[in-house]
Design a protein around this ligand. Structure first.
Ligand code: ZN
Length: 317
């Protein structure tokens, strides 16, 4: 079986392969793992294996059905979510119930993928349970969650639970080096460490590390030099920002100081800026900076004025 970009997780791969070969895929699978652990990749792989019309190994990745699944265009692979809603609404589950009564369009199965099963309240879960209790023969449920404990025991007992594991460090480093050949060994090691071994998280860190905001670069320089005047020059223009523009900057500054502390403790440097800061500022100063920025983030989410927050930072940092 070609697992494509589903890496590591050898035990899960054996289970998946056996289920495909013996044609015994569970009707309901709970796929659990942290953000960036490969839940969607695995769900797509399962959906393709079930919809594949090719002869031989499934998914063949060549037949029409496989192509549609991998490009997320198969009419019988349905993403059960409403991104505009904070939690998955009960009405969506009711729609799925009605939709499930209709035979598949093209395939032999109708597969419902719930990308955030943990964001369902009890009412939604109970509505889902009703469908799961009496699914049509073609119905398949793939529930993806970052926290399986948030699901009702009655739902969990109906599912096969497949948990995703972190990747072995050597494999993760190899994948990261391949995607980011220009990054130093240290940056790659840092992303590997901070991600807890999950590829998606490590990739996101490397993407965002390549794109420090201009205010963060300027802040790093001013903070490294302990230059109050330069810090003011960064903060004064920020007073004109909207609160939702200020918050990501504060988050990045906070992360930068936190990463510098970790660097001082002997971990690889996440950003080149960490080295410069660590040379000039003490651990105690950094810890204080982290606390100040933490408080500023709380204020920014609590409707305190941007001018007030920036003013406080110019005195405290
Ligand atoms: Zn195929």
């Amino acid at each position: 079986m070609d697992f494509g970009d589903f890496y590591g997780n050898d035990g899960l791969k054996r289970r998946l392969q056996a289920a495909v070969v013996q044609n015994k895929m569970p009707h309901s699978i709970l796929i659990s793992g942290p953000a960036g652990s490969g839940k969607k990749t695995l769900a797509t792989l399962i959906a393709a294996a079930l919809q594949c019309t090719g002869s031989g190994e499934k998914p063949c990745r060549r037949c029409n059905a496989c192509r549609k699944v991998f490009s997320h265009q198969h009419p019988d692979v349905i993403i059960a979510d409403d991104a505009s809603k904070k939690i998955v609404p009960v009405s969506l589950i009711r729609e799925i119930r009605a939709d499930m009564a209709i035979y598949p369009n093209e395939g032999n199965r109708k597969i419902y993928i719930f990308p955030r099963a943990h964001d369902m309240n009890d009412a939604a879960q109970n509505a889902l349970l009703k469908i799961m209790e009496e699914p049509p023969t073609y119905g398949v449920f793939l529930l993806l969650t970052e926290n399986a404990d948030k699901l009702l025991p009655t739902i969990r007992s109906r599912c096969a639970e497949w948990g995703l594991s972190p990747l072995p460090p050597a494999l993760l480093q190899q994948l990261l080096h391949r995607q980011f050949p220009e990054r130093s060994d240290e940056e790659i090691e840092s992303a590997q460490f901070r991600s807890g071994g999950y590829l998606g998280q490590a990739l996101e860190m490397l993407h965002s590390a390549g794109a420090l905001l201009p205010q963060t670069v300027a802040f790093a320089q001013a903070y490294t030099a302990n230059n109050r005047h330069a810090l003011l020059q960064v903060l004064v223009p920020m007073e004109k920002l909207k609160r939702e523009q200020l918050l990501p900057i504060l988050v990045q500054w906070h992360m930068l100081l936190e990463q510098t502390l970790l660097f001082q403790a002997g971990l690889p440097a996440a950003f080149p800026e960490c080295r410069a800061i660590a040379r000039r500022r003490t651990g105690a100063e950094l810890l204080r900076g982290v606390q100040i920025l933490q408080r500023a983030q709380v204020l920014a989410t609590a409707n305190v004025g941007v001018g007030h927050i920036c003013g406080a930072l110019s005195v405290q940092l």
